[in-house]
Ligand binder design. Structure first.
Ligand code: ADP
Length: 503
């Protein structure tokens, strides 16, 4: 099958979160299944710098908000996975430094609406071969609000002539909401300004456009697919999501992870490689020492025997970092564990964490940083991994933690619930326990669950058995890619025709 895969981030060209990992991992797995994938992403300045050789293959003009802009399509190969890549250069919109969505001082670019609406317009034009590339996909797979207008624009075409559309929600909390003025300036059909289309409480929602107009909507774990249909987790979109679910058009497909990059047997960031094989897991201790030496050279050896608990992620409320901050003083009193926390995010949380690291300088290590090296070393060296997310569409770190034997402590939500098996009498007896799961989101429950984990940690043989069970879980992309492929077949023009005649 020919698939055009549209995303605003693709690892390693540009990454702000899990979307980038998925946008490389899934296409790679689909290629392995024999499919023909073309990636398409904006030509950000930083991405161009690492994309290697690219060639201009087409040019065009698009009408933006009140002005004509030149578009250049640059074609290359995403080396690491050997996948065809189109970078979309739109005059004045993506040739900016840093983050794809924000200025260097952390504000959203004021013209984000126009930037991604025009990117979506170009994606739709490529999908219809209006750039004369002599390549037409059967499926356009769109991701998150930045590509939400693509299914909407394609819905205006003859269903037999246009490709099928799949829209994946990676995080419902980012809606891509913009004022009516943008809707007008883009010249979108007036009838779309309706609550059953893309109007959302007086704004235009690009996320809603994807949800309403795509042939199929997916999200990144089965539990999250159910959760977003509830008022509590639906961010105001639960009714429309419920409708898509009733039509059989909403599906949760668990993300995979890239086992080339995340594999303790050959991870280049780890000084000592290990596997679940007999006698190998114990080597993690050497990585723990290397990690501790990086954090506190002087006391590393002394800290080695105490449990070390890691956290890596964006320092935002979604990730429950505020709960960790509230629980840490109590955890300092009631346990002997040390903590290493790596991330960037809301300044208040950064400041609070830095203050805690100063107050408990021997046991709390905080790095306000984005560091691949530390992330890998924590997965390969810490004993446990903390992920008390309020909601988590899928989450990657808990899966990395499982296959690295860093037993995760997680809130029972979304993908966390779907991947971690709580330790209790039954799961200990039948050998399925892989971590620690809690329901109630309070600092007290978090403390209690950490204590529960520490109790098991004191029994090394049992702990190692759990580590091995965790490390043998299969989170490779292969299974999920096959599920996406089945969906592509249903969503392709023949599939759409079939659906129309049977519903
Ligand atoms: P989200 O996409 O919501 O940020 P995920 O768990 O799905 O959360 O994916 C986050 C990805 O970003 C993971 O690959 C994680 O290792 C990485 N990451 C997040 N923060 C950092 C950081 N400070 N340093 C290194 N990697 C990070």
């Amino acid at each position: 099958m020919k698939v055009l895969f549209a995303s605003s981030e693709i690892y390693p060209l540009v990454k702000t979160g899990g979307l980038a990992d998925v946008s490389a991992g899934l296409p790679a797995a689909l290629q392995t299944l024999g499919q023909e994938i073309m990636l398409i992403m904006p030509a950000y300045t930083d991405a161009l710098a690492v994309a290697g050789e690219v060639q201009e293959v087409a040019t065009m003009q698009v009408s933006g908000c009140g002005q004509q802009r030149s578009v250049r399509l640059l074609r290359g190969i995403l080396d690491r996975i050997g996948c065809s890549l189109l970078l979309v250069e739109i005059e004045g919109l993506f040739d900016r430094p840093g983050n794809p969505y924000q200025t260097l001082s952390g504000e959203d670019w004021p013209d984000n609406g126009e930037r991604f609406a025009l990117f979506s317009q170009v994606v739709a034009d490529v999908a219809l071969d209006r750039f004369n590339l002599h390549w037409q996909p059967e499926i356009v797979h769109c991701n998150d609000w930045q590509t939400g207008l693509v299914p909407a624009l394609l819905s205006r075409e003859d269903p037999n002539q246009r490709p099928g559309t799949v829209f994946t929600i990676h995080n419902l909390s980012y809606g891509g909401h913009f004022p009516y003025l943008l809707f007008e300036e883009l010249g979108l059909p007036p009838e779309w300004w309706h609550f059953t289309r893309i109007e959302f409480y007086g704004s235009m929602s690009m996320l809603k456009a994807g949800i309403v107009f795509a042939d199929y909507v997916t999200t990144v774990s089965p539990s999250y697919a159910d959760e977003i249909c509830t008022e509590e987790h639906g961010f105001g979109l639960h009714a429309v999501l419920q409708q898509r679910q009733k039509q059989g058009r909403l599906q949760g497909i668990l993300n995979g992870i890239d086992t080339q990059i995340w594999n303790p047997q050959h991870d280049p960031y780890l000084p000592f490689h290990y596997s679940a094989q007999r006698g190998r897991v114990a080597r993690r201790k050497q990585n723990k020492l290397a990690l501790l030496q990086l954090l506190d050279k002087e006391h590393a050896t002394a800290l080695l025997s105490a449990p070390l608990i890691g956290f890596i992620g964006r320092l935002i409320e979604q990730k429950g970092i505020d709960l960790i901050i509230q629980a840490l003083p109590e955890l300092m009193k009631s346990t002997n564990a040390s903590f290493v926390i790596v991330g960037t995010g809301i300044h208040l949380f950064e400041r609070q964490l830095t203050a805690l690291a100063r107050q408990f300088s021997r046991r709390i290590f905080v790095r306000i940083d984005y560091s691949e090296k530390l992330a890998h070393l924590i997965e390969g060296g810490a004993d446990m991994f903390l992920m008390p997310s309020r909601f988590e569409p899928c989450g990657l770190n808990q899966m990395y933690s499982l296959i690295y034997g860093t037993l995760p402590i997680v809130h029972a939500t979304g993908g966390l619930k779907d991947t971690v098996i709580d330790t209790n009498k039954t799961t200990l007896e039948n050998g399925t326990a892989t971590g620690f799961v809690f329901d109630s989101l309070t600092p007290a429950t978090l403390c209690y669950t950490v204590q529960r984990a520490l109790l098991q940690y004191q029994r090394p043989r049992r702990w190692q058995a759990m580590q091995k069970t965790a490390m043998l879980q299969d989170f490779s992309w292969q299974n999920s890619a096959q599920t996406y492929l089945n969906l592509y077949h249903q969503a392709s023009p023949q599939g759409v025709l079939y659906a129309c005649t049977t519903t």
